[in-house]
Design a protein around this ligand. Structure first.
Ligand code: XIL
Length: 504
């Protein structure tokens, strides 16, 4: 990330924030944190940083300082409640998007990615669903209609969707929700989760589809069960692109070795990882040790693990100010869980996040995913030692996901793409060389973790890093991405070749 236009608009926002502060427009006294804003550091580290956007953020009494802090610090948001079923379909087949639109329009106006939460969940369902019994066929059609209508409303606006939330129990069995008891699901096997993901892919083929849950951050019976489900889905071609680790933690923190192993096994399946609902709740009143040492250490450790894992794409806290957090209302005698205090002052947890983001992806021998502009030719040389294994027909699957897009003018702007190549054959692909053509005159500005050339519409992206240049059978290379510019429209390329052979 980080083309000039985007940094320019960030600079403009910071300037605007300064002017607002100077003219005394803030209703609460917010101390501007020192150092660079989180989103600026996150963009340089090729990760998204964000928050759950509270109900009525636009009309609350502290709306001005809330919005300004959000604009200054974050580049992704999730509406905390406004896209849940009771909000979007309060009566059968009557859809209400007013509140959801307010959040999503705020995201778009401020160059943020919008993360949708949630299509299928057992909570915050309207009475018309829970108040009667359904046949499996009836409830399936209710679910499908909801997915179709909600996703269609936000096509091109919401790029990542939590499709199913919290479907498992801690022991790894499936939760007996209305969806499970009426439609069913077995793992491995078909059922409502699989149907929801298939339906979601059809409803918006461009959206990143995520399974989201809590207590699946470390290795345990529950994450084992989710892992088996994702493995089964991948093996059978059920569309799933990401796993959301909610990351609601206490001052006991999380074992980082276990978190790292767990993230790695999901990454090995070729799915992205999203930290979706991060907070660290403290017994209240919070002790100085918890606020100054324990909590910042936990925040830092989790940010560190995400940055060390190339498949980890975003870190979102569930809210950002202790003035508005679900914790005190949900867990008695606990609170102070977020990175800003109730008066919007940055807490030690904020500075821990800031400090770790500033160091970027990776350390030592760990691969870096920091965007680098490279002038290296794609087919670097005519060196005879170059040994690209030709991919046999139908042995690769390439995906091109627009993860962010922003405007300079109404009809042109910048965008960010993640590229992945899945090896669907039985032999390793080495020194991969991916080719495609842009349909609308798009241009690449900067690309990371590989080399590229662009000649007119034709693009070649070639491995130039030892750690991602070989793709084992069944594995997915998904560490390459780029930022670019578009004008008019920004349609995705449709056909790809790897080492000269077309991918499916
Ligand atoms: C919570 C919201 O924060 C509250 O405002 C609401 O009253 C209940 O839901 N896991 C999830 C979120 O997936 O949707 C929940 O959000 C928190 C736990």
């Amino acid at each position: 990330m980080g083309p000039r236009v985007r940094l320019g608009s960030i600079a403009a926002l910071i300037l605007a924030a300064g002017l607002l502060a100077a003219s005394g427009s803030f209703t609460a006294s917010a101390a501007t944190p020192t150092g660079q804003r989180l989103k600026t550091l996150a963009a340089a580290a090729n990760v998204l940083i964000g928050y759950a956007s509270m109900n009525n953020f636009d009309t609350a009494s502290d709306s001005a300082v809330y919005q300004q802090t959000a604009r200054d610090e974050f580049n992704i948001l999730t509406p905390e409640n406004a896209l849940k079923w009771d909000a979007t379909e309060p009566q059968q087949n009557t859809f209400t998007f007013g509140a959801g639109d307010t959040h999503i329009n705020f995201a778009i106006a401020n160059n943020m990615v919008a993360h949708g939460h949630v299509l299928v969940w057992h909570q915050q369902l309207p009475g018309w669903i829970t108040g009667r019994s359904w046949t499996s066929a009836e409830l399936t059609s209710v679910m499908n209609n909801h997915i179709d209508k909600v996703m269609a409303h936000y096509v091109g606006k919401i790029s990542v969707w939590d499709v199913v939330n919290e479907a498992f129990n801690d022991d790894g069995t499936l939760r007996s929700s209305i969806w499970q008891t009426t439609i069913g699901q077995s793992v491995p096997g078909s059922g409502y989760i699989e149907q929801a993901f298939r339906r979601a892919r059809a409803a918006d083929p461009g959206a990143v589809l995520v399974y989201n849950d809590f207590n699946i951050e470390p290795m345990n019976a529950k994450s084992d069960a989710v892992f088996r489900m994702v493995q089964d889905f991948k093996a059978r071609g059920v569309p799933i692109d990401g796993v959301g680790l909610q990351m609601h933690l206490t001052n006991g923190g999380i074992g980082t070795t276990s978190l790292r192993s767990n993230m790695q096994r999901f990454a090995n399946l070729g799915v992205s990882i999203y930290i979706t609902e991060f907070d660290v709740r403290l017994p209240t009143p919070a002790s100085a040790t918890d606020l100054n040492t324990t909590q910042p250490t936990i925040y830092r450790n989790v940010v560190n693990e995400c940055l060390l894992q190339p498949a980890c794409k975003s870190i979102q806290t569930w809210g950002f100010t202790d003035a508005h957090s679900w914790v005190p209302g949900t867990f008695s005698n606990q609170g102070a869980a977020l990175e800003f205090d109730e008066a919007y002052n940055a807490k030690p947890a904020y500075f821990a996040i800031q400090d770790r983001l500033a160091q970027g992806r990776g350390s030592g021998g760990t691969p870096t995913a920091t965007p680098t502009r490279t002038a290296t030719p794609a087919v670097a040389t005519s060196t005879p030692t170059r040994t690209a294994t030709p991919a046999a027909a139908g042995t690769c699957q390439a995906t091109y996901t627009i993860v962010n897009q922003w405007n300079n003018t109404p009809t042109s702007g910048g965008f960010q793409v993640n590229l992945s190549i899945r090896n669907t054959g039985s032999a390793a692909i080495t020194n991969w060389d991916l080719a495609f053509a842009f349909p609308n005159g798009q241009t690449i500005a900067g690309l990371w973790n590989a080399a590229f050339t662009q000649t007119g519409a034709n693009v070649r992206v070639s491995a130039n890093q030892s750690w991602n240049s070989t793709i084992a059978p069944g594995a997915t290379m998904n560490s390459v991405g780029f930022t670019g510019n578009w004008s008019g429209t920004n349609t995705r390329p449709t056909s790809f070749t790897v080492n000269g052979t077309p991918c499916s």
